[in-house]
Design a binder for this molecule. Structure first.
Ligand code: FES
Length: 127
């Protein structure tokens, strides 16, 4: 006997939206509902959250896993399937949100971008 609780009347798998808790840079939290299989970066941006810094918002790789500017903290840590993301997971760096496919509830922390991708204040000696 099969369990049909995850299928509709014609055998199509029923996909329930997955709750993603988002912790913003100011500490505020909210929850968004995301379709399973959605790229985390896209889900966050579609919901109005910014994963990039002020420069990388305009100059990024478009989710190809190349620029490393879309990092977020996630819990629980999904299994990495990309070399950079595997290194990030191993050494505790932020994970690439463009390399994470949403498949289970998680908490995401948006980060201050202090490396590249961040506009730094102009120093007086630079003027
Ligand atoms: S958007 Fe470039 S690595 Fe994720």
């Amino acid at each position: 006997m099969t369990d049909d609780s995850d299928r509709d009347g014609i055998g199509t798998p029923v996909t329930e939206p997955i709750p993603i808790r988002v912790r913003e840079r100011d500490g505020s939290e909210s929850t968004i509902e995301v379709e399973p299989g959605t790229v985390l970066r896209d889900a966050l941006r579609d919901a109005g959250f910014e994963v990039y810094g002020s420069v990388s918002r305009h100059a990024n790789c478009g989710g190809r896993g190349i620029c490393a500017t879309c990092g977020v903290r996630v819990a629980p840590d999904p299994e990495p399937d990309h070399w950079h993301d595997a290194a990030a997971a191993r050494f505790g760096y932020p994970r690439l949100s463009c390399r994470i496919i949403v498949s289970e509830p998680m908490t995401v922390e948006l980060l201050e971008k202090r490396l590249w991708g961040q506009l730094l204040p102009r120093r007086s000696e630079d003027a």
